[in-house]
Ligand binder design. Structure first.
Ligand code: SF4
Ligand code: SF4
Length: 173
């Protein structure tokens, strides 16, 4: 169901806080010396990322009943995300997005989509092995790709082995 004015306003405010939190968290992580992968490629507009959006949360939100209920209620009633699966090891939830039309593969409220949809797949770049969806037109490139490729090339590996390692280690530009 398309967002009405109240949901649009609520989502706008939430997006402002989400963006401030996201940017400051990433600045702090960089200051601590963490280096994310680099994003390359282009979006193929396949909408695979809308089929089963997943949100990783804090252990507190995942474990504490009140926080969990509030978190899920917000996503259900404001973002239109219905819970379909829990991932205890990741403190994460998977949802069905009620704004996604499976037939047309379109978002009915694209202009008011949440911050996480706008940010996707950048959050994955901070993982050691970014789990991009199959068929996604984006790729992650390791921050040390050039250096590692130069080192591997000195090892005189068979070409197929070199290519395999480049794929596994996110070394392809
Ligand atoms: S709100 Fe729109 S962009 Fe976000 S997951 Fe749902 S359909 Fe996709
Ligand atoms: S899965 Fe990747 S290519 Fe497909 S719509 Fe999402 S970001 Fe674009």
């Amino acid at each position: 169901m398309r967002d009405g004015p109240v949901r649009i306003a609520l989502k706008f405010v939430a997006r402002v806080f989400f963006t401030i939190d996201l940017r400051s968290t990433r600045v702090i992580r960089r200051m601590r010396g963490e280096k994310p992968h680099r994003l390359t490629g282009v979006c193929q507009l396949c909408a695979a990322c809308c089929e089963r959006p997943m949100i990783q949360t804090t252990i507190w939100t995942y474990r504490f009943r009140t926080l969990r209920v509030l978190f899920l209620a917000w996503h259900r009633h404001v973002n239109g995300f219905e819970l379909v699966e829990e991932h205890p090891r990741l403190n994460a939830f998977s949802f069905r997005c009620t704004h996604f039309d499976m037939k047309t593969r379109r978002c009915d409220s694209y202009g008011s989509r949440p911050g996480m949809c706008r940010d996707y797949p950048r959050a994955l770049l901070w993982e050691s092995d970014p789990p991009f969806l199959k068929g996604c037109g984006y790729r992650a490139v390791s921050p040390n790709a050039e250096k590692v490729v130069r080192l591997l090339e000195k090892e005189n590996l068979p070409p197929e082995k070199l290519e395999e390692l480049k794929g596994k280690l996110h070394l392809r530009e």
